[in-house]
Ligand binder design. Structure first.
Ligand SMILES: O=P(O)(O)OC[C@H]1O[C@H](O)[C@H](O)[C@@H](O)[C@@H]1O
Length: 690
């Protein structure tokens, strides 16, 4: 097929279109009673069993789908991917995430160069670094062991590692390896997420890993700066070098940010963000949590081998003495599927079968299947031709039986949504209560077996709802790697057949650039009172409302201000061309000075401007002056909740005697004029008078 020909113009596609009517006359209830068909629709590889008998498909359908794969030159495209050809044509890049889990002796080329040695160089560096941290030979700025990790990143720099961590954290072996350690993720830019990610953590024992392929993603960089502030406020700016490391392809920006390039872990342009979990993106945080590998105890023989290695009599420590730790097992699992994907014939190839069935459901039966939304949510072919058929899918799900108590109803009787059920034979946490009919895991799995039949067969309602089942032996690191690779490759199969580029994301890029415009506008409107310009009516209205309401909120927090002052502020701006926010800050500082020096005009100002008009009453300035203050001796870990800035060395501060929260004197004094609660925790005001 010439690359500019759309797949829908090929004979196999047209043939499948005609076949749809035939399939619509069948019902899964009947298809499921054909044992030979069901048996032919089961495939096994490396312990995984795929059962796709509950698809609205016959063996004839499958044959037609294989012909479609041929017409799309699927095998050829898979080979081109593995050979490092620049199949991500819009970005002129190879797509080589398979190289990330290739064994040391494999050869995979990009631009004529074998990339596997580079991959292992970084893996070795991660191994060494994670062992230094875990063993306590690398300590934080105050000499404490770094036992907690916050990984800051978003999109592909977050979801893959989160998936693996979520799956691993209940695995018994993984629990053992992670004892005493915590791994948290910070992705969303909402300050609430920042707070959640560090609640209960001590900066002295925390390592922050900033993960960003480009090191320019706005959310990640702001979150990284926020945590940098958290560390340097608590431990001093020099502590950043000990408490922050990075994963990126952009080592120049890493250095500019203030992270020592020696503590940066590289990856490459040929790794797409959402396919990067097997690079340092996932491997570094996961190795810090679970350990990279474990060395077997071979006593003196081991000592002998290491000595040979040390004196360069051996090129590397032989693989067999290294017991595969969690991370190596994970990479091996993924590599096992990589091998299967490139070598198994279509009818035995799990990712190919999943991909073909997805295409069948989405483009022929018209079901909004799950998916790979960033990769295959595309409207044009790889050559830019608009697609005259539906591509891409909508992906959602829930662990265990949660979905059964909520959205499954839609799937049973509402829209037809093809489902994947993924189950395991052996639970990570087996429980069998005395007197119970079945174990807890059996109870869970009863539903795993029952749901696909309920969907297929129906009862008083139609049934005939397609699904497939994947049964894994267990959910250990190896199987997690397999599962990841199956779904990565399924996406590639879909993209290869639909003829789209699964490896770019122009829609996402558009969102990013629009957010940049909004960010500039917010800054200009807040700081320079510039009017909102360049947005449509609806966005302008929303932005206006947001800015207005926000200003009101700020006013409520700022005890120097009440609504009656605002027109005055505007007047000043118009008349004297003074920035009202600069003006407010000046007034605030002026009042603080008055309070501090005890000038009578402070009382006058208090009575005439700051005294409550809304029924909330606080303390007189005279009383406030009677409370103790201190000049900070060092930068504190605390953030002043009034101004949201750190409490730094040399700043005059006060703290509440009940909750011990600390604030700048200049902030808390003006707060107390209006309110008698702690700005942080709302506990009642109490400060022992001097
Ligand atoms: O890793 P970064 O460069 O910070 O990018 C983070 C994410 O940005 C965008 O949302 C891309 O669409 C994702 O694929 C990527 O993973």
């Amino acid at each position: 097929m010439a690359s500019s020909t759309l797949i829908c113009d090929t004979e196999p596609w047209k043939d499948l279109k005609n076949h749809v009517q035939e399939i619509k006359k069948t019902h899964l209830r009947d298809l499921m009673s054909d044992t030979d068909r069901c048996q032919s629709m089961m495939v096994e590889f490396d312990g995984i069993l795929l059962d796709y008998s509950r698809q609205n498909a016959t063996l004839k359908t499958m044959d037609k789908l294989y012909q479609l794969a041929e017409a799309a030159q699927l095998n050829n495209k898979i080979n081109r991917m593995y050979n490092g050809e620049k199949i991500n044509s819009t970005e002129n890049r190879s797509v080589l995430h398979v190289a990330l889990r290739a064994p040391r002796d494999a050869a995979i080329n990009s631009d004529g160069k074998n990339v596997v040695p580079e991959v292992w160089k970084v893996l070795d560096k991660i191994k060494e670094f994670s062992e230094t941290i875990r063993s306590g030979s690398w300590v934080g700025a105050t000499g404490k062991v770094l036992k907690d990790v916050v990984a800051v990143g978003i999109g592909g720099s977050f979801l893959g590692p989160l998936f693996v961590h979520t799956a691993l954290q209940t695995d018994l072996e993984a629990i053992e390896c992670a004892r005493g350690r915590q791994l948290r993720f910070l992705a969303n830019v909402d300050p609430i997420d920042v707070a959640k990610s560090i609640t209960g953590l001590n900066p002295e024992t925390t390592l922050v890993v900033v993960v960003s392929k480009t090191f320019t993603t706005a959310e990640t960089m702001l979150n990284a700066r926020t945590l940098r502030e958290w560390i340097s406020t608590a431990l001093g700016p020099s502590a950043v070098a000990k408490h922050m490391v990075a994963v990126s392809t952009n080592l120049t920006l890493v250095e500019k940010f203030g992270i020592d390039p020696n503590n940066a872990f590289a990856f490459w342009d040929w790794v797409g963000g959402r396919y990067s979990v097997c690079s340092a993106v996932g491997v570094l945080p996961l190795s810090l949590q679970y350990g990279f590998s474990v060395v077997e105890k071979y006593g003196n023989f081991l000592l002998f081998l290491f000595t040979c290695y040390h004196f360069q009599l051996l090129r590397s420590v032989p693989e067999f003495i290294v017991r595969h730790g969690i991370i190596l097992k994970f990479l091996k699992g993924a590599w096992s599927i990589d091998q299967h994907f490139i070598s198994a014939p279509y009818e035995k190839n799990i990712p190919v079968l999943l991909g073909l069935l997805s295409i069948w459901n989405v483009s022929f039966l018209g079901h909004p299947a799950r998916v790979s939304m960033e990769s295959n949510g595309k409207g044009v072919s790889i050559d830019g031709v608009p697609l005259p058929f539906e591509a891409g899918e909508i992906d959602f799900g829930e662990p265990g039986t949660n979905g059964q108590h909520s959205f499954y109803q839609l799937i049973h009787q509402g829209r037809v949504i093809p489902c994947d059920f993924i189950g395991v034979v052996k639970s990570q946490q087996p429980v069998y209560l005395k007197g119970e009919v079945v174990s807890n895991h059996d109870e869970l799995m009863s539903n795993f077996f029952a749901q696909p039949d309920a969907l297929a067969v129906g009862k008083t309602f139609s049934g005939n709802r397609p699904s497939l089942s994947l049964l894994l032996p267990s959910l250990n690191a190896y199987n997690i790697g397999q599962l990841l690779a199956i779904y990565e490759h399924r996406i590639a199969v879909e993209g290869f057949i639909w003829g789209i580029n699964s490896f770019d994301q122009w829609g996402v890029e558009l969102g990013k650039s629009l957010a940049t415009q909004v960010r500039k506008q917010l800054h200009a409107s807040r700081m320079k009172r510039e009017p909102i310009e360049g947005f449509n009516f609806s966005t302008t209205t929303l932005l206006t409302r947001y800015l207005e309401e926000n200003t009101k909120l700020n006013r409520a927090v700022d005890a120097t201000d009440d609504n009656s002052n605002i027109p005055l502020v505007n007047l000043y701006q118009e008349k004297f061309k003074v920035d009202p926010w600069v003006l407010l800050e000046t007034i605030r500082e002026f009042m603080v000075d008055l309070v501090v020096c005890g000038h009578p005009s402070a009382l006058w100002l208090y009575n005439n401007t700051a005294s409550s008009t809304d029924g909330i009453s606080g303390l007189s300035l005279e009383k406030i002056r009677g409370f103790p203050w201190f000049d900070c001796q060092r930068n504190l870990a605390a953030i002043c909740a009034v101004c949201l800035d750190g409490v730094h060395k040399g700043e005059r501060s006060r703290n509440f005697s009940i909750c011990k929260h600390v604030f700048h004197a200049r902030c808390i004094d003006l707060w107390l004029v209006r309110r008698l609660t702690c700005p942080t925790c709302r506990s009642p005001f109490k400060m022992e008078p001097v």
